[in-house]
Ligand binder design. Sequence first.
Ligand code: OSB
Ligand code: MG
Length: 286
Amino acid sequence: MTMKRLAWNRFSFSLSHPVQLRGQWLDCREGIYLELTDTYGHVRIGEAAPLPGFSQETVDDIEAELTRGSLNFKGFPSLQFAYEWATLDFEKKSVRQPIQTNALLMGPKTVEQFYRKKAQGFTCFKLKVGFQMLQHDIDQVKELVAHMAPQHTLRLDANQAWTLSEAIDFGKRVAHPQIDYIEEPTSCWEDWEHFYNETGIPLAVDETVVRIQAIPALFPGLKAVVLKPTLLGFLCAQTLAFEAIQMGLHPVISSCFETEVGLEGLRYLASTFPVQVPHGVTTCHW
Ligand code: OSB
Ligand code: MG
């Protein structure tokens, strides 16, 4: 594509329900829509929406960078995602297979949320843990598992909230074959093989991939690689997904509460994988 014009618009939308991420409340999503016009006059839009608490760059940083007339992606993965998605060939964007998704259960009344999502046809659920007392999380997981049908699976995500002994304590008490995996139980992936040996619960890397800009060396228990293009860039996430597949791991695309423009890019990316597992891209109702 030959680009003729680059423009951008800042956006800010309030979320319909505030979400708590890593102890921080988020009640609106701010970002930039990047608008690229090619020589045929086609306008292509990408979304750069850094996630507070997870992204290094801010919307102001991106705006300053664009105002300087520079398209430097180093340190700006959300901008890189916007640009790479916007400039991907149109023809490619229409080639896709259907994808499966997980339903995110977060906040109070998770059993009610579970039944609502189940009625919508979901069979894979993801529960955020690690915000409350350990016992609260243990009770919640046990309760959910008791309501699940045999074809349902449950993913857990602790966002590194626990120490290794808390994680093992939790894991030993909730272990169940329908738990697909737990994401980031502690901040140190080197401990997770021990966690797996103690609990039998498989693991997924998420924040770790962003921190080390790679997939850690394979260890027993590692099952999935969660990839967030807003934190990695579109092409980087795609490359890592194919690496994950080569390693025998499940590639799971996951959102940072992007708006529909960004989510469309995530769904497309997920649809290109030869190995299909549920993806974490159903955050649009937030
Ligand atoms: O840790 O997976 C996370 C959203 C924002 C920030 C962090 C995370 C998430 C999600 C996205 O959980 C939804 C999903 O993966 O299903
Ligand atoms: Mg996660």
